[in-house]
Ligand binder design. Structure first.
Ligand code: GDP
Length: 299
C-alpha cells in the first residue's frame, strides 16, 4: 500500500527512474541479495517502506516473524545504503513505537519513556531499532538517513485479509459482505472505545516526498492528521459509507490494544506540511477502490 502510493507520488512529480522490487523478486531478509541489489542498482534516494505489517491479531500471533523479518529488512537495507553511499534514506516506522501510557498527543521525545503495548511489542521493538540504526549511521558515518513515524494508514492496495488486516480495511470488507449477503449484524472487535488516528496512504507519500526534500535532522518526525476517532465512530462511518443497515455486535473476546495513539504533528505542521484527505472522504474513496478491485483484494 505505501510502496504503490510512493510510486504514484514520484510519477506525479515527474520522476521516471524509479527502481522497485516486489518481495518475490527480492527477499529483503536476505543479506547477500540486498547487498547485490544495492551494488548493481546504486540508488541515490531510498524510501524504506518495506516491512512485515499487519493488524492487532497478526502482530500478536506472528510475534517472532514481526520481530525477525523487520529487523533483517531494516538492517540489510540501511547497512547496504551506507556501503553504497546512498545520498539520502527515509525510514518509515509506526506510531506503535510509543509507550502504551504515554501522554497524548504523542510527541517525538516520548520515545523510550515507558513500557510498550504488549500486542505489538515485537513490531514496535523492530521499528525502534530502525530509528536507532538511522541515528547511529548518521552519528558514526555521517549518513543522511532520516525517519518518519506514520499513524495508522489506509488506502488502495491495503490488506483485506480479515486475519491479517488493520481495522479500517477489515470493516470495509465486513460491512460490504454483510450488505451484499443481507446479514443482520457485523462483528466488530473489542469494546469500540480505543481511539485511532487514520491517514490516507497518498497523504503519507506526499509527506515522505516533502521530508525527503526538506528534512535532514536526526530526530524522527511524526506523520498524521492530529485528529482521532473511537473505533465505534469509525465503525459507524464505514457502516454509513457502505450503506449497511443491520447492527454492530462487539466481540470483547478480541483485544482492544492500546487505548489511544494520537500523534502530535506540530513539528511537521511547523515545517509547512499538512494532510489533505479527511477521514470521511478517504473512507468513501477507499470503498470505491475496494469495489473496483474486490476480486484482487478478496481471494
Ligand atoms: P492497532 O492500531 O495496532 O491496534 O491495530 P488494528 O487496526 O488491527 O486495530 C485497531 C482497533 O480496532 C483495535 O481496538 C481492534 O480491536 C479494533 N477492531 C475492531 N474490529 C476490528 C477488525 O475487524 N479487525 C481489526 N484488525 N481490528 C478491529
Amino acid at each position: 500500500m505505501v510502496g504503490s502510493a510512493l510510486v504514484r507520488k514520484l510519477q506525479a512529480e515527474g520522476y521516471s527512474n524509479i527502481i522497485i522490487r516486489t518481495s518475490s523478486e527480492l527477499d529483503l531478509r536476505n543479506q547477500a541479495a540486498v547487498a547485490d541489489f544495492f551494488a548493481q542498482e546504486r540508488p541515490d534516494y531510498v524510501f524504506l517502506a518495506a516491512a512485515k505489517v499487519g493488524g492487532i491479531l497478526a502482530n500478536n500471533t506472528y510475534r517472532a516473524e514481526f520481530l525477525y523479518d523487520n529487523l533483517l529488512i531494516e538492517s540489510n537495507i540501511i547497512h547496504s545504503a551506507y556501503q553504497t553511499e546512498v545520498k539520502k534514506l527515509l525510514f518509515l516506522g509506526s506510531s506503535c513505537i510509543y509507550p502504551k501510557m504515554a501522554p497524548q498527543p504523542l510527541k517525538e521525545e516520548y520515545l523510550l519513556s515507558g513500557y510498550l503495548e504488549p500486542t505489538n511489542e515485537p513490531y514496535a521493538i523492530a521499528k525502534i531499532t530502525g530509528i536507532k540504526l538511522c541515528e547511529a549511521y548518521r552519528d558514526q558515518y555521517g549518513c543522511d538517513f532520516i525517519s518518519a513515524m506514520p499513524t495508522n494508514l489506509y488506502g488502495p492496495n491495503d490488506n483485506y485479509d480479515l486475519n491479517g488486516s488493520h481495522v479500517l480495511p477489515a470493516l470495509i470488507r465486513k460491512f460490504h459482505e454483510a450488505k451484499v449477503n443481507d446479514q443482520p449484524f457485523v462483528e466488530v472487535w473489542g469494546t469500540g472505545s480505543p481511539r485511532r488516528e487514520f491517514l490516507h496512504a497518498d497523504d503519507l507519500a506526499d509527506a515522505c516526498f516533502f521530508l525527503m526534500e526538506h528534512y535532514n535532522d536526526e530526530l524522527f518526525v511524526n506523520v498524521g492528521t492530529g485528529e482521532d476517532v473511537t473505533i465505534r465512530e469509525l465503525a459507524e462511518l464505514v457502516k454509513e459509507t457502505v450503506g449497511f443497515e443491520g447492527e454492530l455486535r462487539w466481540n470483547t473476546e478480541k483485544p482492544d490494544g492500546t487505548p489511544r495513539k494520537l500523534m502530535d504533528v506540530s513539528r511537521l505542521h511547523a515545517m509547512g506540511w499538512k494532510h489533505t484527505t479527511e477521514l470521511k472522504e478517504g473512507v468513501e474513496r477507499t470503498y470505491q477502490d475496494f469495489l473496483a478491485n474486490e476480486v484482487l483484494y478478496v481471494e
